[in-house]
Ligand binder design. Structure first.
Ligand SMILES: NC(=O)c1ccc[n+]([C@@H]2O[C@H](COP(=O)([O-])OP(=O)(O)OC[C@H]3O[C@@H](n4cnc5c(N)ncnc54)[C@H](OP(=O)(O)O)[C@@H]3O)[C@@H](O)[C@H]2O)c1
Length: 318
């Protein structure tokens, strides 16, 4: 089968830098066989998370050894092609969307392996490209707001990076839950975020959010660095902060360590999210759809025709 992989050097370079494109290579690899409890998915489309190329599971095995030739893209939409021995709850021919394990080969390939507990029926009204844009963004927002921050109706939320693939869902879910939301984003995304229900949008390029925002119950940070550091001071006395930015993983700062989390695939949450999509309560935002041949360019941030918000997706089937 066709698959994009991290190049033979095993060094994905700096994601987003011009060099990374040459670090992803396309070629033929054996089609995987689903083992016990596993599902083989014929991938129709896969989401692009560029930072993933630098993450620990892309360059290391679970045991800590160096990993080479990882297939990127761990969210997808497709059709179940086969199930392994003893696998229940899904059947060949079923359209599904979801994620797989960061340590396994991803979905920027004709097929990928996943498990029933990591996928759910694809929302029927979406195209595969739209459905592939949902899992990581929506699950990360859901888990950050509800599992970690325990958001309550009426609370005030600040979403950093509100126009990003994760931030859009954080805004949508917080609003739907009855929270009041302020977001940081570029000025060009202000109108869009006001339409999603934000009370206010702060242009991070020209303003400092901490000068006009105080008493925040939940900060949802997708940016990290100085933005994260400056966010502690805007929290209300019982305020909570969650961060998903990569620099949270290796931090020595105890409170940042506690605030950081990594999204997990969860079938029951994907089912609820699909129901919200079918009810038209939320609408995925696709930044661009790149053909399979352009996946390397997508990971290098070189796709020119973009909406300027939401998720870039690679279309695997024609
Ligand atoms: N830990 C996890 O489980 C997990 C899961 C998913 C993603 N992530 C990580 O989380 C981060 C965000 O992911 P994403 O997919 O949402 O990224 P994205 O789609 O690239 O969005 C990032 C957004 O941040 C905004 N932004 C950039 N600099 C900013 C600043 N200084 N202040 C406020 N906003 C700023 C940009 O807004 P404008 O375009 O409006 O300028 C952009 O839309 C990435 O580092 C990703 O690797 C982690």
């Amino acid at each position: 089968m066709r698959a994009w992989r991290v190049g033979p050097s095993g060094d994905p370079g700096n994601p987003g830098s011009p060099g990374v494109r040459s670090q992803l290579v396309v070629g033929e690899i054996p089609k995987p066989d689903p083992g016990p409890g596993e599902v083989l998915v014929r991938v129709h489309a896969a989401g692009v998370t560029t930072a993933e190329l630098g993450w620990h599971p892309t360059t290391h095995t679970k045991a800590g050894a160096t990993r080479v030739s990882a297939v990127p893209g761990h969210e997808f939409s497709g059709v179940v092609a086969a199930v392994g021995p003893g696998t229940t709850g899904v059947a060949a021919g079923q359209p599904v969307y979801g994620m797989n394990d960061w340590f396994d080969d991803g979905a920027t390939a004709d097929y990928c392996i996943t498990r029933p507990e990591w996928i759910a029926p694809k929302p029927p009204r979406l195209t595969h490209a739209e459905a592939a844009s949902v899992p990581i963004g929506a699950l990360t927002a859901w888990q950050g707001l509800f599992d970690r921050a325990q958001l309550r109706a009426g609370e005030r939320v600040l979403v950093h990076g509100g126009s990003g693939a994760v931030g859009i869902y954080a805004v949508l879910f917080a609003r739907r839950h009855g929270a009041r939301v302020v977001a940081t984003a570029s000025a060009r995304n202000e109108e869009f975020l006001l339409r999603l229900g934000c009370e206010r949008v702060i242009d991070y390029k020209t303003g400092r959010f901490e000068e006009s925002v105080k008493g925040i119950d939940v900060v949802f940070d997708t940016v990290g660095g100085k933005t994260l550091e400056r966010s502690w001071g805007v929290l209300a006395p019982n305020g909570r902060l969650v961060t998903i930015a990569s620099d949270g993983e290796g931090t020595r700062d105890e409170r940042t360590k506690k605030a950081f989390f990594i999204v997990e695939p969860r079938r029951e949450q994907l089912v609820v999210i699909a129901d919200l999509i079918e009810a038209r309560e939320i609408q995925p935002v696709v930044d661009a759809v790149a053909p399979f041949t352009q996946a390397g360019a997508a990971y290098a941030g070189e796709i020119k025709e973009r909406l300027g918000r939401g998720k870039v997706v690679v279309k695997v089937t024609c």
